[in-house]
Design a protein around this ligand. Structure first.
Ligand code: ASP
Ligand code: MG
Length: 440
């Protein structure tokens, strides 16, 4: 059995949803199809929630009506017969009635989660209506019946496994199951979610839970690329990556895969494939335990980074200094991404400034503290990077004109990271594309 996950743009237009149906019926292997909300829907639901939180019911009502109109048009084009359209409109109307009821009652965070869940609930139901009209046998599996998170908001893989296998066992005759990405039930039994972009995470959890042959993530690009296609003109898809490499790239901004979705697949040894709905026969990217080949595979960048430098003569020949510094970050639950040291100073980076003031105040007890906000980490990722011939020379020659603030090499054999001012992010990605990959 395999998992096929389709993102918002893959189901965002009626004709794209038709393509998805063709893809899920292309082979005989039993499958669980995980769908995101139609593109734009979750953003609209966030706005509706924001309006309600601000007490702007009129604005929320307008937003709901606008969204409803979008779904009405969608259904007109998705389905052919009047009967199928009418049946689907009845199903979707329930969700808009629900949103309209929320307008009238007092708003709270739990209700907000209910609002956010409507997107995936509607996309899966509309897809089911389409399969129904085409006479394609399938079953809708409500994610809220098996996808649960604990009090720390961590998915409960053990219980997901048990519940899913019970559900699947009850329907042994079915080959195509449809379910929602993103949504879950929390420890209080309320509707919750796996955070924005979480449908990939759902897919990976489901794949792990059913020990799937593969977890296919279908988007509108042909896999992970060696660089950010929005920033450099020429990029190439990467054929194979290890889970570790993919995790680095996903964290450092390759938007194609949610970073949290790596661990379930990695832990349960389920291969992940990134595929393109527009070019279903393209190879895409295969992510497995093995890296496939050695050398540099990609560069990626993440901005919104703050660098903190602590300079202290007390650091000279002292032990225990770094521990004290790290303890401050631990106390404020702020993770450190990059770190470089000299004999009298240490520089490190964080991507979460929510406790910055408190952190600085405590660090000042150890020495002089300097801050550089608006930095970007540019990461060069691969397998045994050091084995790529002349890699460091190529790297440093290409960034000769970039004011690099920090360099980190050797932390793992799979990564070299540079910290540059965010304003230089684009240029850095461009010069590296040429210098390392020979692409303009
Ligand atoms: N629909 C959700 C979002 O837009 C989840 C997802 O698409 O992955 O964040
Ligand atoms: Mg996504």
């Amino acid at each position: 059995m395999k998992v096929m996950k389709f993102g918002g743009t893959s189901v965002g237009k009626p004709e794209r949803m038709h393509d998805v149906a063709a893809l899920v019926t292309r082979d005989e292997e039993p499958k669980i199809v995980v769908l995101s909300a139609l593109s734009g829907t979750t953003n609209s639901l966030v706005e509706i929630g924001n309006s309600l939180a601000a007490g702007e019911r009129g604005a929320a009502k307008d937003q709901i009506d606008k969204l409803n109109a979008h779904y009405q048009n969608f259904i007109s084009e998705l389905l052919v017969t009047k009967e199928a359209k009418d049946a689907c409109r009845v199903i979707i109307a329930e969700h808009f009635e629900f949103l309209n009821i929320i307008l009238k009652i007092s708003f709270n965070e739990a209700l907000n989660k209910d609002i956010l869940a409507q997107g995936e609930l509607m996309s899966t139901k509309m897809f089911s209506c389409y399969l129904e009209e085409k006479g394609i046998d399938h079953l809708l599996l409500p994610a809220l019946d098996f996808m649960t998170i604990d009090t720390y908001e961590e998915p409960q893989i053990g219980s997901i496994k048990v519940k899913l296998s019970q559900l699947l066992n009850q329907h042994k005759d079915k080959k195509i199951f449809i379910t929602q990405g993103y949504i879950s039930r929390n420890a209080r039994g309320e509707v919750d979610n796996l955070k924005r972009g979480g449908s990939d995470y759902s897919a990976s959890l489901i794949a792990a839970a059913i020990n799937a042959s593969v977890c296919e993530i279908w988007t509108d690009i042909d896999g992970m690329h060696n660089n950010d296609p929005r920033i450099v003109q020429k990029t190439v898809a990467i054929e194979q990556l290890s889970f570790d490499e993919a995790a680095e790239l996903a964290y450092f901004g390759a938007k194609i895969l949610h970073p949290a979705s790596i661990w379930p697949a990695q832990h349960y040894k389920i291969p992940v494939k990134l595929l393109n709905t527009m070019q279903p026969d393209a190879k895409g990217t295969l992510i497995t335990e093995e890296a496939g080949s050695v050398g540099v595979k990609a560069v990626a960048a993440k901005d919104g980074i703050t660098a903190i430098k602590i300079k202290s003569s007390r650091m000279l020949l002292a032990y225990g200094f770094l521990r004290k510094v790290f303890e401050v970050f631990e106390k404020y639950r702020t993770s450190i991404d990059m770190i470089t040291t000299s004999e009298v100073a240490v520089s490190l980076t964080i991507d979460n400034n929510s406790s910055l003031k408190e952190i600085i105040r405590e660090l000042e007890a150890f020495g002089t503290v300097e801050l550089d906000k608006e930095q970007a980490i540019v990461s060069i990722v691969g397998n045994e990077i050091g084995q790529t011939e002349h890699i460091l020379r190529k790297l440093f020659e290409s960034i000769a004109d970039i004011p690099v603030r920090m360099v980190s090499y050797g932390g793992s054999p799979h990564n070299v990271s540079l910290l540059v001012p965010a304003a230089y992010k684009t240029k850095t990605l461009q010069v590296l594309n040429k210098g390392i990959f020979g692409l303009d």
